[in-house]
Structures are given as C-alpha cells and as structure tokens.
Design a protein around this ligand. Structure first.
Ligand SMILES: [Zn+2]
Length: 243
C-alpha cells in the first residue's frame, strides 16, 4: 500500500487480538487513505465489540473517521461497566457457552442459548431481532455487522467467564428466579400443585417449590443445591447490589 502513514497504539487489554509486533507502544501503519478507523482497527484483528474510545492526536474520534497522514491513534478498551443502549440488558450465548448460560440464568439474568450450532448468520440475526448482546469466543462471529451488540468471552473457564461478564455488563442479579434449562421465569408454587410431577421422596423431604412458567420444570431445594448456592453467593458477593 502507498497511502498515508499513521501511528497506532492499543490498550494492553487488547493484546490478545493485536499482532505481537504491535503490542506495547505505538507502531507505524500505512493505511489505504479511504478506510475508516473502525475498519483499520478491525483489519488488525481486534473485534470492534472490544473497542472503547478512539483517540486521534489525543481527541476522541468516531469510528467512521478516515485517518490522515501523520495522525497518532490510540485504541482504548471498553469501559466497565459497559452500558448497552436501546434495549433492556439480555444476552445470547453460542453453543460453546452452555455452563455460562446456566449460571447466568441461575442468577436471574435473561440469557438465550443455542445448544446446537445454528451458524454465525442465524446467531447474529437472532441477536439483532431480539436485541440481545451476543457473547462468544468466536472472533468471526463478533465481526458480524448484524449484531445488536456483542462481547468477547476472554476465558474458557466458567468461573472466570461469569466474573468477567458480570463485571463488564453489570446486569441486575435476581437469583433463583429463572429456569436454568429454558430461561423461563419461575413462580413459587404450592407443593400440592406440583405433587404429580414429583418423586415420592422429593415430596416428603423438600418444601420450597418453584415451577417454570415456560417449560413446567419444577425446582426445589435439594440435590446440587449447595454447589449452586456457592455460585450464587460468590456472584452476589462481587456483583450484587450493595444493600
Ligand atoms: Zn423452563
């Protein structure tokens, strides 16, 4: 290319995406003179979902800005908590994030999840249609123009994923209000109403019942409860509303 030369510097939080030679300090880059700054950043491997403020010669600039010769560009990461405009905060997770999906639902966060691989186009379409923030570890998916909004999931460990997503988007937490299987809302239910659906032992031993208003699944305090309680307590300790 024979276009204008700029200098570009990325926030260290974006190291994962930035070619090694461009980490730690500004590097020279020859652009084509017509591409927007957003396009330039993305073409270096950084998903725009992870990009916050762009500074050109120290001043905030739009992604549509076309960089000119000699400009000095700084690329910041998203600010936390990140506010999503245009819809109540809700998520869509891809096929690889099933554990994270169940944990978000356990905390009452509206979380759709595709348990089969429906393809990037269909996922992006659903994100747009339902105005859900697409969470994924797939950079290609996060480049889709149709997305309502998106976020890269940095860890492959569910504990870290949950901490990261709660810290980044700060959703309101309402534990034990949502079906972990289907994302439906739970309502408390008298035991008599669900007795037919319960094993005899369960009916005798446990008293607190809730039922999913969407799929009918019955919840009670029993097996696995301690493990789930620990997940809830850890999340509420770090990310719950104070008081
Ligand atoms: Zn359900």
């Amino acid at each position: 290319m024979n276009g204008p030369e700029i200098h570009i510097e990325f926030a260290p939080e974006l190291d994962l995406f930035v070619p090694q030679a461009r980490r730690r300090g500004p590097t020279a880059l020859v652009t084509d003179g017509v591409s927007s700054l957003g396009h330039v950043v993305e073409s270096l491997g950084v998903p725009l979902t992870e990009v916050g403020e762009l500074l050109v010669n120290g001043h905030p600039a739009a992604r549509s800005h076309v960089p000119a010769a000699g400009e000095s560009v700084r690329v910041r990461t998203v600010t936390r908590p990140q506010r999503i405009e245009g819809a109540p905060l809700r998520f869509l997770l891809d096929v690889h994030l099933g554990t994270l999906a169940r944990r978000l639902r356990l905390l009452g966060v509206d979380t759709a999840y595709e348990s089969t691989d429906i393809g990037d186009a269909a996922l992006a379409g659903r994100s747009a249609a339902e105005r859900r923030v697409m969470l994924s570890r797939d950079r290609g998916l996060l480049r889709r123009r149709e997305l309502f909004a998106g976020g890269y999931v940095y860890s492959d460990k569910p504990d870290d994923q949950l901490h990261d997503v709660l810290g980044r988007f700060a959703p309101e937490l309402r534990p034990w209000t949502r079906c972990t299987a289907c994302n439906g809302e739970l309502k408390e239910t008298p035991k008599d109403d669900v007795a037919d659906l319960l094993e005899h032992g369960t009916q005798r031993t446990y008293d607190v019942f809730a039922q999913c208003t969407a799929c009918g699944r019955v919840y009670w305090r029993g097996a696995h409860h301690d493990r789930l309680e620990r997940i809830v307590e850890a999340a509420m300790g770090c990310h719950g509303d104070p008081g």
